[in-house]
Write a protein that binds this ligand. Sequence first.
Ligand SMILES: [Fe+2]
Length: 302
Amino acid sequence: MQTITIDTITQAVIDHGDGGKTHPRLYEIYTSLVKHLHAFVREVNLTEPELQQGRDFLNRGSHHTQVIPDGEIQMLTDLLGISMLVELLKDSNGDVTEANLEGPLYVPNSPQRKLGDRIGIDAEGEPLFLSGRVLDVDGHAIANALIEVWQPNSKGLYDIIDPSQPAGNFRGQLHTDENGNYSFETVVPSGYNIPNDGPCGEVLRLLGRHTWRAAHIHFKLSATGYTPLTTQIFIDSDPLLDSDTTFTVRSTIIKLQKHKSLPELEAQNQNKPFYSAQFDFVLKPIVTAREVQPVNPLFEVT
Ligand SMILES: [Fe+2]
């Protein structure tokens, strides 16, 4: 019989099983997690009431709510920087556009748009004409690349959480032309507060952390022969660039150019000042079987 002590309990937990014979990757992750969790408990000398608060936090965070139908667990990993750390680990090629988190507000099959189309209605928004090219790593155009775009309006609200917006507002899918060009009209998006009425928001307030995301536009790109890209681009003038609460701001930042002269307004058929910006996306060719084949899940629950 093994006597459990403060010195033996961690290894006893790790050894309690088949040692990873059936699921080696799961065992690797589980073993490391147990070691780190036990080390954490020792380091902070966790008390029983604190452990119970932690249990309550996770229980409440996993509840489905109207605001967050899937619960707060994904948001928790975002707020702890874990989602972004996983993203950073898989991306080391500086020649291609940096990937970023998809976030919870992507909707497939968004409205089809033609090049140059306006993708949303927002009378109070500042118009933004965004254009650029989709290129390979050698600078060659990628024709007929699919670009999916989604963003909040000028109040920081997405259509699927704002009943005042029509479905598909500030969403769309379009294809590059034969020279890899894309263009569309939108509005300058606003940053927004993540849902902060639940347990995650409570803890952030206690830590003196704000709950704002910097203004951004989401993209998904795909083209035959290239690794699909999910990313976000940010606005260079946004005061939240240095403190986005999900730690997602990378180098994909656009600089807005303001246009307010009468000839410029007339040329774009605008009755108020507007902005323009350019951003080129660079995609990576598919080169490995791992990128072609879907990665198996860690385990399957039956
Ligand atoms: Fe977003």
